[in-house]
Design a binder for this molecule. Structure first.
Ligand code: F6R
Length: 269
């Protein structure tokens, strides 16, 4: 794992924008037609909701407005969607993505995918989502936040490391953490359709972002703890190309923080 420690949440957003744009390269070029033979002229992005990626999305939007990047050759797949609320609900992740990213950029709405939960058969919907990801060629770069209990997507502690997209029950802690977006904790849905840990691990590269003291323990357990289903994000230790970008508060419990800072300094020089 590559660990980048920043001073502030704003710097996390900036670094995440720089890393993602550099990694996706030509796929975000404003010049590329996307029709060329070059497979690098398009890409598949995995996206997250929640507070953490908002700064990154603002950075992308700013660069799009400045005509530095374009999303017209991007296909995207979001990690998750709540069950039991329609896509039109202001608290749905469909609404979240529209409000905070999609309506501000030139992504083709038909290529911006979010798990479908307003249907009769949720397990079939999960299977279809997996098939769509595969048909698109797999995820090139997956953006992740992390729950205070170490979840990624809505893969709560105890999730199978090889899980595909399926329905998960949210823990009490996750529902309490997310209650800030709802009138009360009782309004937070109890289940969600989420990419599995297997789906996430299939992404070619991963960018995990975390800010604030509330994430410090989950980050320590993810980066330096044993790999265990009790801390779902710890499976990222197995990923060959996982980068973790943290602010000082989220990095504050890392035992090897000085080493990570030193390693990053050497990398830059
Ligand atoms: C969101 C998601 C979740 C969040 C996590 C952190 O699509 O899958 O794993 O990334 O709950 O949420 P925030 O960023 O609001 O602290």
């Amino acid at each position: 794992m590559r660990i980048i420690v920043c001073e502030s949440a704003e710097e996390v957003a900036l670094r995440a924008a720089i890393e993602s744009i550099e990694y996706l390269g030509e796929a975000l070029s404003t010049q590329s037609s996307g029709k060329s033979e070059n497979p690098e002229a398009s890409c598949v992005l995995g996206l997250a909701t929640g507070s953490t990626p908002l700064g990154l999305y603002r950075e992308w939007i700013e660069r799009y407005r400045a005509e530095e990047i374009s999303f017209r050759n991007v296909t995207s797949f979001n990690l998750d969607e709540y069950c039991g609320i329609p896509p039109s609900d202001p608290q749905s992740y469909h609404s979240f993505m529209h409000e905070n990213l999609f309506r501000h950029i030139d992504i083709d709405p038909a290529k911006a995918h979010i798990p479908v939960t307003d249907c009769d058969d949720l397990s079939q919907s999960g299977e279809r989502y997996e098939a769509m990801i595969e048909e698109a060629g797999g995820i090139d770069l997956q953006i992740l936040g992390i729950g205070s209990d170490g979840h990624i997507g809505f893969n709560e502690p105890g999730s199978s490391f090889s899980s595909p997209t399926r329905v998960k029950t949210l823990t009490k802690r996750t529902r309490e953490d997310n209650a800030r977006f709802f009138p009360s904790v009782d309004h937070v849905p109890r289940t969600a359709l989420t990419m599995g840990l297997g789906t996430i691990m299939s992404a070619r590269a991963i960018l995990l972002l975390a800010t604030g003291k509330g994430k410090a323990k989950a980050i320590r357990d993810t980066v330096e703890g044993p790999i265990t289903a009790m801390v779902p994000a710890s499976i990222l230790q197995f990923h060959p190309y996982a980068t973790v970008i943290l602010d000082a508060a989220a990095a504050s419990e890392l035992a090897l923080i000085d080493y990570y800072v030193d390693a990053e300094r050497n990398r830059q020089s």
